[in-house]
Design a binder for this molecule. Sequence first.
Ligand SMILES: NC(=O)c1ccc[n+]([C@@H]2O[C@H](COP(=O)([O-])OP(=O)(O)OC[C@H]3O[C@@H](n4cnc5c(N)ncnc54)[C@H](O)[C@@H]3O)[C@@H](O)[C@H]2O)c1
Ligand SMILES: N[C@H](C(=O)O)[C@H](O)COP(=O)(O)O
Length: 334
Amino acid sequence: MAHAPLALTMGEPGGVGPEIICTAWERLRDTKFVFFVLADPAALEGNSCSLKIIEAPRQAKNVFSESVPVLPLNNKVLPSRGKADKKNAASVIESIERAVELAIAGEASGIVTSPIQKSSLIQSGFNFPGHTEFLAELTRNTAMPEECTRGPVMLLAGPKLKTVPVTIHQSVVSAAKSLTTERIVGVCTVAAESLAQDFGIKNPRLAVSGLNPHAGEDGAIGKEDNEIIAPAVNALKAKGINTFGPLPADTMFHEDARARYDAAICMLHDQALIPAKTLSFHDAVNVTLGLPVIRTSPDHGTALDIAGQGIARADSLIAAIKLASELAERRGSI
Ligand SMILES: NC(=O)c1ccc[n+]([C@@H]2O[C@H](COP(=O)([O-])OP(=O)(O)OC[C@H]3O[C@@H](n4cnc5c(N)ncnc54)[C@H](O)[C@@H]3O)[C@@H](O)[C@H]2O)c1
Ligand SMILES: N[C@H](C(=O)O)[C@H](O)COP(=O)(O)O
């Protein structure tokens, strides 16, 4: 079967994306991890790698060892290193939309997204708080693979820890208010399915965090742990999903605790992402579970503060490319 390349989105042209794409290509050019970049070539110019314009993803494989294959966008960018210009929003968004189209069409085996500057896109009228929600919308009408529940669900996957936030890009106040037993059951169901099917973890063990300090101290410090989270854990156990909790979030990430589970399911974005990024900032990958296409991303953002200085590390992007390729192989799409 022909191997489809991975589609790599351009991300924020003023951030570290362009330089780490170039570094990632330099490190991967002689490997099986072939990708092409959906970008205005102007966004990638000025780095040390050579670019080759391609007309279709299938051409990527033939040029990959010599140059970065670039599938040009219709919208142009005016890159300004270290600054996110909302005038570039159309191009940033087009890159994501076209990657999804190509993945749905089978011309790309998966999507790896470069970081976007959310605030700049939102100022331009973009209506989504992140890739996760935008990708869910773009793939809404595409059928899921058999026996896979639709998400989206965010997973931060590192060598020492996998974490899933139940609430994602929400204020802490709105996240706490929006927690329901059904939502927790839904997220855990997608996570358990994907850990088994995409990551090959048989009967994955899910450790569910509480919301409040000490998981509510039996109702003395908040009622959500007993009234919303504990019933979700019971419902998941009844479905045969290997789940336990709610656990106090502050003590569930030390080394011995991590050995007891395959993924930590957390109620809040920062409960999940702080331990993931603290333990493995340069190795962890952000994966969207519960989509009909494969999507990974580095765990870091645009890093405007160091863009263009030649010090940005490409390790997390490389890990994202390798993981997307591994997931595609497992799903049999390449
Ligand atoms: N997948 C994504 O699109 C994604 C992910 C996370 C954050 N973001 C966005 O990025 C923007 C900036 O976010 P932030 O400042 O919170 O986080 P950030 O990850 O961009 O930066 C945090 C710190 O880590 C450093 N850093 C980041 N990437 C690095 C790398 N590759 N090598 C070395 N150092 C690196 C930065 O210099 C900074 O000091 C925000 O708009 C945020 O929403 C996007
Ligand atoms: N919440 C993520 C983080 O802090 O790393 C980041 O915003 C990326 O989210 P998307 O993948 O939805 O863009």
